[in-house]
Design a protein around this ligand. Structure first.
Ligand code: CO
Length: 202
């Protein structure tokens, strides 16, 4: 498959839906490998990751979450997904204010300030908790062609970049919580996962 235009990659309409890996899958605990060759395969993966993020929906998705241990994440903290019902009450979605971003081989260069934000994760369904993060960061990264970029981020964008970057280090947001909170929530989450598994067998 040849992806010709930037629009093809940065799309909420084109691509394949990838299955999302959930915690505690081993791939989520691995340190992801840098991207060295910027070929069609990488472009296709980025397109599929953006498509999967928009359709799921989520505001960020890292490659390990789709089973690929590579230093890539995508995000969009600006878009709205508006639901409406079609003639035979099927659900239709309209996307507004799209701002898709792709980060390859990101490195967070500076961090300052502090903020707290309630985070969730597509790999930890049903779990939400306040996490402490840096308020302002600056990140260097490459695009799908391997060109270098630098971005300063604050607020939700900053939080999201830190959350996704953690996935590349094999860290999920649970591990950013206090010991007690982390233990409590991990147990609660694993119990929920077990229940889901059992009920799907019966
Ligand atoms: Co996540």
């Amino acid at each position: 498959m040849e992806l010709e235009t930037k629009r093809d990659i940065y799309s909420h309409e084109k691509g394949d839906l990838l299955p999302i890996v959930t915690y505690p899958s081993p791939v989520l605990k691995k340190i992801a490998k840098p991207v060295k060759v910027f070929d069609e395969k990488i472009k296709k993966l980025c397109q599929d990751m953006l498509y999967t993020m928009y359709q799921t929906p989520g505001i960020g998705l890292a490659a390990p979450q789709v089973g690929q241990s590579l230093r890539i994440f995508v995000l969009d903290v600006d878009y709205n997904r508006v639901e409406s019902l079609g003639p035979s009450s099927e659900k239709n979605y309209k996307f507004e204010n799209l701002n898709p971003l792709i980060f390859i081989n990101p490195v967070i260069k500076s961090k300052e300030g502090q903020m707290t934000y309630e985070e969730g994760c597509l790999s930890l369904p049903g779990l939400y908790e306040e996490v402490n993060r840096f308020e302002k960061i600056s990140v260097e990264y490459q695009d799908v062609e391997g060109r270098n970029h630098k971005m300063d981020a604050t607020e939700l964008l900053s939080v999201c970049i830190q959350h996704e970057n953690d996935h590349l280090e094999g860290v999920v947001f649970l591990e950013r919580l206090s010991f007690l909170k982390r233990n409590f929530l991990t147990k609660k989450y694993l119990k929920g996962q077990k229940r889901k598994k059992n009920s799907s067998h019966s």
